[in-house]
Design a protein around this ligand. Structure first.
Ligand code: NDP
Ligand code: GDR
Length: 362
């Protein structure tokens, strides 16, 4: 199965994880190919620094227009590129949005994975390619067991998670049916300064930076009681790569083994700009507000029920023991350091000292 040629194909290369993974693979000497969607605006902000380098330094990064909903296009790209490793990171990745677009989410995140696997088979590459699927802790959904590991039963709680569950099982089925090297990485939440602004961590760190600079008054959030196991994306893409270096394929959890509420994330983020949040009103209801302890007339956080989800995932806490034992992987960024790095990056963006890779809106 091992090959001298190191050629990776990444779907979702323009996303948070795609950009860190591209950096990692280029550093390791891979030729990297990425699938990008045609967009009316530039959508390559997270990888522009690498792509520009190509013209100056000969970096081996190649982009191809494509989409997980277009089978012919995927067959054509895979047949032409002939990758040795495929990382399927492309997805409609927002849980709340999946309730608004359930059919598209099923098509992209569920059937899209089937299209990738069948494109590999159509190209006659099922015995040579190693394939990584971006699976998710959202599969655990309604709490069945804590901490959650590879053996914890799934109970998905959103159209996104249901689509990802289809993807998980089609991988297992094709692995058993056709002997393909297919790995599900069950990754718990991982964040960074490159996180999309509509995910709660980045929304909070952008809000804290904007409030600190007097450009925003209040941050509007949904469920502050949700608990998540938050790590750093840079650490997690290293785990993805390690999974594909194994002789046989398997499924692995990547997590920190620590969990925090959204409320704690808010408190830590404001603490970076020396602001203490004091909570008032009934906890966990729309009446709860977070005020500045030094000046309680300043309302820093309010609840907007439009951010609540029809069904919520209350508690995620992963057990990464298998990844540690088999892959030698562990998360290396502590929670406080992650929050600090994200807030400081958003402060730097507002001061014009750093480019913003992500142009999406809340
Ligand atoms: P992002 O939302 O940042 O990136 C998603 C990527 O998928 C983007 O490049 C996007 O392109 C691309 N994409 C969206 N729809 C399609 C489509 N129809 N065809 C091809 N590409 C498409 O996600 P992350 O980087 O955070 O996550 C990467 C993967 O890991 C996703 O599959 C996500 O579901 C999964 N995951 C993420 C976790 C996390 O905490 N970050 C945890 C567990 C799993 P464009 O830039 O054009 O929008
Ligand atoms: P999640 O991430 O749903 O865990 O999916 P997100 O950051 O969107 O939500 C985390 C928790 O925060 C609560 N929350 C809010 N969420 C958002 N987006 N906006 C808010 O204003 C807000 N207020 C409170 C949510 O209700 C939720 O409980 C992420 C994605 O990256 C998935 O693709 C990935 O599979 C999982 O992580 C693991």
């Amino acid at each position: 199965m091992s090959s001298e040629r190191k050629c990776a194909l990444i779907t979702g290369i323009t996303g948070q994880d795609g950009s860190y993974l591209t950096e990692l693979l280029l550093e390791k000497g891979y030729e990297v190919h990425g699938i990008v969607r045609r967009s009316s605006c530039f959508n390559t902000g997270r990888i522009d620094h690498l792509y520009k380098d190509r013209h100056e330094t000969g970096v081996k990064l190649f982009l191809h227009y494509g989409d997980l909903c277009d089978a012919t296009n995927l067959i054509s790209i895979i047949s032409n590129v002939k990758p040795t490793e495929v990382y399927n990171l492309g997805a409609m990745s927002h849980v709340k949005v999946s309730f608004d677009m359930p059919e598209y989410t099923a098509d992209c995140d569920g059937v899209g994975v089937l299209r990738m696997l069948d494109a590999i088979r159509a190209a006659g590459m099922e015995k040579t390619v190693k394939f990584y699927q971006a699976s998710t802790s959202e599969l655990y959904g309604k709490v069945q067991e804590v901490p959650q590991s590879e053996t914890t039963p799934f109970y998905p709680r959103s159209p996104y998670a249901v689509a990802k569950q289809y993807a998980f099982w089609i991988l297992v089925n094709y692995r058993e049916a056709y002997g393909m090297h297919l790995t599900n990485g069950i990754l718990f939440n991982h964040e960074s300064p490159r996180r999309g602004r509509t995910f709660v961590t980045r929304k909070i760190t952008c809000g804290v930076a904007a409030i600190h600079h007097g450009k925003q008054k209040t941050l509007f959030l949904g469920n502050l009681d949700a608990k998540r196991d938050w790590g750093h994306a840079r650490d997690y893409v290293e785990g993805m790569w390690r999974m594909l270096q194994q002789e046989t394929s398997d499924d692995y959890v990547l997590a920190t083994g620590e969990t925090h509420t959204v409320r704690e994330f808010v408190e830590k983020a404001f603490a970076v700009v020396n602001t203490t949040v004091q909570w008032q009103g009934e906890k966990g209801t729309v009446d709860e507000v977070g005020v500045d302890a030094a000046d309680p007339s300043r309302v820093l956080v309010r609840i907007d029920p439009r951010y609540f989800r029809p069904t919520e995932v209350d508690l995620l806490l992963g057990n990464p023991a298998k990844a540690k034992e088999r892959l030698g992987w562990s998360s290396s960024t502590p929670f406080d350091a992650l929050v600090k790095e994200m807030v400081e990056a958003d402060l730097a963006i507002l001061r014009g000292e750093m480019a913003d890779a992500d142009n999406t809106f809340d």
